[in-house]
Design a protein around this ligand. Structure first.
Ligand SMILES: *Cc1c(COP(=O)(O)O)cnc(C)c1O
Length: 461
């Protein structure tokens, strides 16, 4: 509960900080949780209360909040060389090494990497690269970007246009030429009597029809998250990428995998594309790239796009794009360490991805158990991310009335119990850090179950 005096952290936060992506009535009623530090998978607020953060911060703090190796890598690089750019033919040694590592990890040969400060900027950068390429290749009309409804690709003007969420209407977005196809969520979008295989086929036909209607020569790319994250953790219907990839190939349209959440182990594989069984033409990375210890994003171009872009750039001798902090040496040093921690194991510890694989069946069993509740319509997920969908009626899948704010109430009740999870639509999302152990898994599901029982008793009588 917020304290009254104007000096409280809650009052100070509200006085001079402008909130984004925050339910303001909840904050006015409950006050801001002002966090001072973290311990493993937990964060601690100014009152000393501890919360198990079942969202890894914002999907990114996969190694927890006090990883000694990551902090040491940042400190060592700050001591050695605290900042530099990647313009004018200069770049840090750390940048060179990170690009080598990412190229080796990428699911294609001979990748090329371009750095940004965020996932949004990486998507913007990709689109600018494709627009540049199209003009240079004498196809200036090739500008449209295909994504899906419910997709999340960021908040800058271009990446918000790629994002398939109605809340961007308040900005007059999307921009022209950003087209949102049907979300591949069978449980919600499937028609009565339609099998999952028929649903997948319908979405593939829709893609083909949209490409034909718009003209394939006007489409620059199809961009997709392997598993949609901020849309509510939505794995695609069975066979989805296998059905759409040949259509894109036939029309000569690149498939870009937005791996900002899936990349670096969240699904139990290095890339979500590996887990979903497809090979993209380029990858967008951020979030777990630095385990959240430094803001950084990357565009990883596969060989065909990289080569064509290189030819186009050579013709004008420069790619006129880049951020002051692109390829920041501290960010690159932290990313190199994060990749080591997640995939190789560092300083005597096992690779965190091993723990993702070990804990995934435990996570799935916990989700499946909660999904038996009469007010849970489905659970879905992949690896260590999942969502539970609250419903008023389980058989018909009818949602609760919006004014009941069921998922916000569940998340707020969890916060009171010392568990951070996230409401998304009528779903509750979990994506714990890769370090989660069995006891913390029990704590997470135990607290969530208590919260579900309390809230459903209130709203369903
Ligand atoms: C978070 C996210 C982004 C945007 O990243 P920011 O760093 O917040 O700009 C883009 N794509 C996906 C899939 C994301 O989850």
């Amino acid at each position: 509960m917020p304290e009254d005096h104007a000096n409280s952290w809650e009052a100070r936060a509200a006085a001079h900080s402008f909130y984004g992506f925050t339910d303001l009535p909840s904050v006015r009623e409950r006050g801001t949780v002002v966090v001072t530090h973290g311990e493993g998978a937990y964060v601690v607020d100014t009152h000393g209360r501890r919360y198990l953060d079942a969202n890894s911060g914002l999907w990114n703090m996969v190694a927890g909040f006090d990883h000694p190796g990551l902090a040491a890598a940042a400190k060592a690089q700050y001591d050695r060389f605290p900042g530099y750019h990647a313009f004018f033919g200069r770049m840090s040694d750390q940048t060179v090494m990170l690009s080598e590592r990412l190229a080796a990890l990428a699911p294609f040969n001979d990748a090329k990497v371009f750095y940004t400060n965020s996932g949004s900027e990486a998507n913007d950068t990709l689109v600018k690269m494709l627009w540049f390429l199209a003009r240079a290749e004498g196809q200036p009309a090739r500008r449209k970007i295909l994504t899906r409804k419910n997709a999340y690709h960021g908040v800058t003007a271009v990446s918000a246009s790629m994002t398939g969420k109605p809340y961007n209407e308040v900005f007059g977005l999307p921009l022209d030429g950003f087209i949102h196809l049907t979300c591949p969520h069978y449980w919600r979008e499937g028609r009565p009597g339609e099998s999952e295989a028929q649903f997948t086929r319908r979405l593939a036909e829709e893609l083909d029809e949209v490409i034909t209607r718009e003209g394939p020569e006007t489409i620059a790319a199809f961009v997709a998250e392997p598993v949609m994250g901020a849309g509510g953790v939505i794995p695609p219907s069975e066979g989805y990428f296998q059905a759409i990839q040949p259509i894109l190939k036939r029309h000569g349209i690149p498939l870009v995998s937005d791996e900002v959440i899936c990349g670096f182990g969240r699904t139990g594989e290095v890339w979500g594309a590996d887990a979903l069984g497809f090979t993209p033409d380029a990858i967008i990375a951020s979030k777990a790239l630095t385990a959240g210890y430094f803001p950084m994003g990357a565009v990883i171009l596969g060989p065909e796009l990289a080569d064509r872009l290189q030819v186009a750039v050579d013709a004008i001798e420069e790619f006129p794009h880049g951020f002051t902090a692109s390829g920041h040496p501290v960010g690159c040093a932290v990313a190199l360490k994060a990749i080591e921690v997640i995939l190789d194991g560092a300083d005597g510890a096992a690779p965190l991805i091993d723990n993702v694989r070990r804990m995934t069946p435990v996570f799935e069993a916990g989700m499946a158990r909660l999904a038996q509740h009469p007010h849970i319509g489905e659970w879905r997920g992949r690896g260590l991310m999942g969502a539970l969908e609250a419903v008023a009626d389980k058989d018909s899948g009818t949602p609760f009335a919006g004014h009941l704010s069921v998922s916000e109430r569940i998340a707020n009740t969890c916060t009171d119990l010392g568990l951070i999870c996230r409401p998304l639509g009528q779903a509750v999302v979990l994506c714990p850090p890769f370090i989660l152990d069995d006891g913390q898994m029990d704590e997470m599901f135990g607290k969530l179950e208590t919260a579900l029982e309390r809230v459903f008793a209130e709203v369903a009588g």
